[in-house]
Design a protein around this ligand. Sequence first.
Ligand SMILES: CC(C)(COP(=O)(O)OP(=O)(O)OC[C@H]1O[C@@H](n2cnc3c(N)ncnc32)[C@H](O)[C@@H]1OP(=O)(O)O)[C@@H](O)C(=O)NCCC(=O)NCCS
Length: 275
Amino acid sequence: MRDCADILTVYQTTRWLQKKYITVEEVKEEHRGLFFRRWGWLVAEIDEKVVGETTVRLERNPVSGRIGIVRTMDVDVRHQKKGVGTSLARAAETILRKRKAVRVVADSPPEAYNFWMKIGYFARGSLLDISIKRENLPEPPSKDFDIGDIEEVERLPASLKYSHMAHPGLLAELARDVLVFGEKGRVLEFRLDGKPAGTGVVKVDDQKRAYFVADINRRGKQHLGEAIVRTARASHRWRATDVCTTIPKERLTYYEEAAPWNANPCRTIPVTRLL
Ligand SMILES: CC(C)(COP(=O)(O)OP(=O)(O)OC[C@H]1O[C@@H](n2cnc3c(N)ncnc32)[C@H](O)[C@@H]1OP(=O)(O)O)[C@@H](O)C(=O)NCCC(=O)NCCS
């Protein structure tokens, strides 16, 4: 936690477009809680001062197996292009390899894309931002799920450790916003015959825009459309006007079967490296 004072300076130089960090407490807040304790956290130091940071986590995927996710990577702009980012990535890969990850993935902003390419990553498919007016959301194609709300971090469904249909990492990040940071939203567990079949998270911002992620496991495989629509519709409690999400481009047809979305290319570029 003592490193958070230095990390504040790092973020102020790297994240100024997304968020204005002012106090060390804001940074500490992001490094607490059950979610964070389960993630890997590495810092890079020069003369005992932290100049860079990366956080990572593990997820499982039915096709790829265990994957390591680089959630964040920040190097103080005054220390960039001196190999710090490379050292952080290599250290993270070593840890993930030890934890039996077979590949590592990251979501790169366009500005960092060349960095990932230079250190041996390659682009892995692409993402789409899809959205719809909430009033245009149809009824779910089926109503087979029993739905329960998850309100405590301790009761997180095992599905948050997996990504079957959702883009890796998104579900857990959104669940953390709702359960740990108390943002407006719901975490839903979908059950079939009393057993977990999927999870949906929806978060609504002050502009009444809802962002959701829905995922199903093998048991819920035939019910992705229901999980998508029921998660998206869960935003009605906050009278959301628009509902949106980010999906792997190759999954678009599943979403189109459920509702008439507007789809646009996402700025973020997924990159990957085999371990
Ligand atoms: C992306 C980032 C982590 C790179 O850190 P870094 O310490 O500068 O990286 P390195 O010095 O190890 O760079 C490795 C190589 O990539 C190149 N590189 C780094 N950033 C680059 C960029 N933005 N554009 C082009 N090349 C870049 C370096 O020149 C170096 O190439 P070389 O081996 O030919 O000299 C850093 O720029 C950063 O914190 N950016 C803001 C936050 C961000 O976008 N993070 C990524 C989130 S996924």
